[in-house]
Structure formats: C-alpha cells, structure tokens
Design a protein around this ligand. Structure first.
Ligand SMILES: *Cc1c(COP(=O)(O)O)cnc(C)c1O
Length: 363
C-alpha cells in the first residue's frame, strides 16, 4: 500500500491516523456491537459522540458560547442558498464582496430570494482575480441584511489576511477552504460556514457557526428543514444527520487538537506555502502566480507554466512522480496545489523539489 502526497482541492487528503482509526472501527465501534454508521443518531452513544465533536470543534476554533455550532448535510453551496432565506428581511439588501469564483456562486444562490448588492469585486476586465478588493473600495449598503465574504478563494488562490470591519452589519464568511488553518476571532463574524471536505474531514457535512441572536431573525418564508433555528433547537438532528461524516469529522478535529491546534497549523501552513511560493519566485518567470503577495492563499496555490504543452506535461510527470491531483481547476487552467492541514510538510517539500527538477529539464 502506498499513500501518495495528495494535493487535491477537495475532497482532500485526510490524516493517515484518522483513516486508520476509522478502518479499525469500521465493523464495530465503541462497544456497541455495530459500526457507527449502522446505529441510530438518537442512540445515547451517537448523541455523546456528537456532543464531544461539537465540544472539540469549539475548543479548536475558540468558538464563544453565544454562538451555535451546526453540523448539516449538504455542502457549502447549500448554505449559500440558505443564508438569505434565513437572514434576509423582506425587501432588504445583502452585500457581497467578490474576490473569486466562490463569491460568485454565493451570489448565484442568493439572487432568487434577496436583492444582491455587489459591494465590491476584484474581477479584472479579462476575468481574472488577483486580490481582495480594498476595504476603501467597498460600497456597502447602509443597514444591509448582511455582508458576505469568501475568506479563501479555493480556485483563484486568494485569501483574506485580516477580518474586514463592516460596523454593525453582520459579517458572513465562507471559510470552506481555510477554516482551522490559523487562529481567527470568531466574535468578529456573525456567521462562518465551511464544507468539511477541505480542512475538516470528509465531504457530506458542513459546519455553520452562527451568533445565536441572529437565529431570532424571521428571514424569508421557507421549509422547516431550511431553517437554521430549527436545526439549532434540535442539535442538528432535525432529520437524520450524516452520521458517518460527523464521526470522521470528529476524528479529524481531535487529530488537529492533538497536533497542537490552529496555532500549529498556522505555522505549518506558512511553511508549506512558503516552499511552493519560493519555488515559483525563484523560477525566473517559468512558473507564474500573479496574485498580489499580500493576498496569496496559504491553502491553494494556482500557478501557470509558459505553455499549454508544458502544463500538460507537468500534470503527467508530476503524477508519474507520485504527486497527486495537481491539475488546475478548469475555470482558470494551469496547476493548483492545495496544502490543507492534513497535507504533511514533506509533501510540500517534495512538490517544490519536483518543480525545480521539472524546470531544470524543461526551462
Ligand atoms: C469547495 C468550496 C465550496 C463548495 O462546496 P460544496 O460543498 O461543493 O458545495 C464553496 N466555497 C468554497 C470557498 C469552497 O472551497
């Protein structure tokens, strides 16, 4: 068996120890005589598991007590559709800041139900994103229902490096691809959401961290199953939750705590991304990443080679060299390296080494 360095953007690599534990517990878990995936979510054992996972996630992310933590089926895109349903006011406006692809999908999901104001976008005339729009450029709506940002743009490789000040308007942030990668002040956000399949575990479960007072907002007409307040009132067990995913997420969160928590992952993320950005910077233009340095993502690094032929060759040869999933997203092409928490530092070293070697042979 060979597990290879896996740079997949999501679903993404998981810690080997987590997979081993899941394997060991696959047939029988926690003395219940069955797998965790075969028992009722209303069983005492599963309810205890769920409570422990929530407590650990709260510790990992330093979530204040006045925030609810929800574990929901459906992806980050589903939350993008639920945000306006739950928090828009009839006739109100929601402000969106666009710094890449996922900011646009958030708008697409919101438009059918709320008036969307694109308060700022950094999209260039030729469709590129190279930065987060400067706060001074944001045209915020007074008394907007909320302001939405994408904390890390997974495809374009653009990351907010600080929390913007939007006054008293609730700040909502899509942290799908950089949650738990550095300490953040949850209290500066009204709502944080993250699909688990990048930094928190497996696909199929999404974490929503929401200030409890917001759950009192009436929102727009919607089914109960689309109602965050109902999910919160029922501890995310309004219907059958994705129990297996919840369990795997729990193992991953525990692993992150055991490894030293978000401060440690901030150090590792800085080191891993520096290795790859250095290989780009020292390539004399052979590799290109045009994102302004202060907004470069530590999690996802897209880069480009001099020609389509060399890009295709890089994809083939990196795979042959045992480096998985480096092909860029079809929206922008090129190469993309995702360096999530579960990717070990030596994997980034191996990539940087391969990049230098490839350039020496083809540059
Ligand atoms: C992956 C991703 C999404 C989409 O997640 P789904 O779970 O596929 O809906 C949304 N936002 C960001 C920032 C992402 O990285």
């Amino acid at each position: 068996m060979t597990r290879l360095p896996n740079f997949s953007a999501g679903p993404a690599t998981l810690p080997e120890s987590v997979l081993r534990q899941a394997q060991a517990e696959m047939l029988e878990w926690n003395g219940v005589g069955a797998s965790v995936v075969e028992i009722s979510h209303r069983s005492k054992e599963f309810i205890e598991l769920a409570a422990e996972v929530e407590a650990n996630l709260r510790t990992l992310l330093s979530v204040p007590d006045d925030y609810a933590v929800l574990f929901l089926a459906g992806g980050a895109t589903t939350q993008q559709a639920l945000l306006p349903l739950n928090f828009a006011t009839p006739g109100g406006t929601a402000d969106y800041i666009v710094s890449g692809h996922w900011g646009k999908t958030a708008i697409k999901q919101a438009r059918p139900v709320v008036k969307v104001n694109i308060a700022a976008t950094s999209e260039t005339a030729d469709g590129k994103f190279l930065r987060v729009p400067a706060r001074s450029e944001w045209q915020l709506t007074p008394n907007a229902d909320y302001v939405h940002i994408t904390a890390n743009e997974t495809i374009h490789g653009i990351e907010f490096r600080d929390t913007p000040d939007v006054g008293d308007v609730p700040l909502f942030a899509d942290f799908s691809s950089n949650i738990a990668s550095e300490p953040i002040d949850v209290g500066k956000y009204a709502l944080i959401y993250a699909g688990a399949q990048k930094n928190l575990g497996p696909v199929g479960i999404t974490v929503v961290i929401v200030r409890r007072d917001l759950l009192e907002r009436a929102g727009l007409p919607r089914a109960d199953i689309f109602n965050y307040a109902s999910h919160a009132a029922r501890d995310s067990m309004l219907n059958t939750p994705p129990t297996w995913n919840w369990y795997l997420l729990g193992l991953t969160v525990k692993w992150m705590l055991d490894e030293g928590g978000v401060a440690e992952f901030a150090r590792r993320s800085a080191r891993k991304s520096q290795l790859v950005y250095d290989a780009i910077a020292q390539s004399g233009g052979f590799y290109r990443n045009e994102v302004l340095p202060e907004f470069r993502s530590r999690m996802n690094i897209p880069f480009f080679l001099p020609s389509e032929e060399l890009t295709a060759q890089f994809v083939v040869e990196s795979k042959a060299a045992g480096l998985l999933a480096l092909k860029g997203h079809k929206a922008i092409g090129g190469i993309r390296a995702s360096l999530y928490n579960a990717l070990p530092v030596p994997a980034a070293q191996a990539l940087a080494g391969f990049m230098r070697d490839f350039q020496n042979r083809n540059g």
